[in-house]
Design a protein around this ligand. Structure first.
Ligand code: SF4
Length: 327
């Protein structure tokens, strides 16, 4: 069976037999390499996206509630205290600044608002403050609230649930076989434990990672397959932006075609999950972003306050509509 026939058989397995692709199939899709095979993979993923996933673009905005001085040693991250990156550090965002961000995003029609904190986990007074800000943001604006606060235990997650937040974000980041070469202070299993507890409490899960950290295509498949254990409703796909001062500062940039192929692979492995544009999107051309939406992206981090995004909410809204989705 040639690559095109194999891809078509996979699409048929999902659409007509109604089954999930098995590990062997996902690994083989990651190895598709001829131009015809890759076109078939993108078209197949686009078909699954059209027929099975939502056409309502799930927009979210994020605000750094705490920045820098992190005890962990993730090699890609500007906020790790192990590296000298000169990143902006602060203990906790000012409440009024946080409310202004929530209000601006709600007014612009952004669906979700998330507070993100650096560090292995957020506990005690800081957690109380963040929960209180999330509660106030939801009450004041009606926006849906999410949080990304590291490796929380049951007690902390229950406190967060009581604030009204209903989605928990914890990235697996990459394939387990690659993660250990990038971070030694925690593991993918630690992350999966937090995610499982969050699910048991009732949170929906947002969990994805970063592409372009030196992983092989096979490891991208391993990453997509491991994410199935998290049962995520949303998979953010970041593209590494190499940061000066981190061990990954000289990493070659992920090509735009590689990104689209990765989106297609993730769509084949997760036909109904939201695939979310996240960090690094600003580097992609507008055409690539529209192609990524055809192939699988149907959610995204947006916002007028995040200058690193490189686009305003109004511009993103126009692009989403051009791609045939509702914002
Ligand atoms: S735990 Fe989060 S904030 Fe800390 S170094 Fe790793 S990615 Fe950065």
């Amino acid at each position: 069976m040639n690559e095109i026939e194999f891809v078509e058989r996979c699409v048929q397995a999902v659409l007509e037999d109604g089954r999930e692709l098995n590990e062997e199939e996902v690994y083989r899709l990651a190895e598709v390499e001829t131009p015809e095979g890759r076109k078939a993979l993108r078209d197949g993923a686009a078909r699954l996206t059209r027929e099975l996933s939502t056409r309502r673009f799930d927009s979210c905005s994020i605000v750094n509630a705490r920045s820098g001085r992190c005890s962990e040693n993730c090699k890609w991250c500007a906020q790790s205290a192990h590296f000298h990156t000169g990143c902006h550090t602060y203990d906790l965002i000012d409440r009024e600044e946080c409310m202004a961000a929530a209000e601006a995003n709600a007014k612009a029609g952004v669906r979700r608002f998330s507070l993100v904190a650096s560090g292995r986990s957020v506990k005690g007074k800081a957690l109380k403050e963040i929960c209180s800000m999330l509660r106030e943001a939801k009450e004041r604006t009606g926006i849906q609230t999410c949080a990304s606060l590291g490796l929380l235990g049951r007690e902390e997650l229950e406190e967060l649930w009581a604030s009204g937040a209903r989605r928990y974000h914890c990235n697996l980041e990459t394939a387990p076989s690659h993660f250990a070469t990038l971070c030694t202070t925690h593991t993918v299993e630690d992350k999966l434990r937090t995610i499982e507890t969050a699910r048991e409490i009732g949170f929906s899960i947002c969990s994805g990672g970063i592409l372009g950290m030196g992983e092989t295509r096979r490891q991208r498949a391993e990453f997509a397959l491991t994410l199935r254990r998290a049962h995520p409703e949303s998979i953010p796909l970041n593209i590494l932006a190499p940061i000066a001062g981190t061990p990954l500062e000289k990493s070659p940039l992920l090509g735009e075609d590689e990104f689209i192929d990765a989106v297609a692979l993730f769509r084949m492995a997760h036909p109904r999950t939201e695939l979310r544009f996240a960090g690094g999107r600003a580097r992609l051309s507008r055409d690539t972003q529209i192609e990524a939406m055809r192939v699988g992206i149907n959610a995204g981090v947006v916002g007028d306050l995040l200058t690193t995004l490189g686009s305003t909410v109004a511009q993103d809204k126009a692009m989403v509509e051009e791609a045939g989705m509702n914002f």
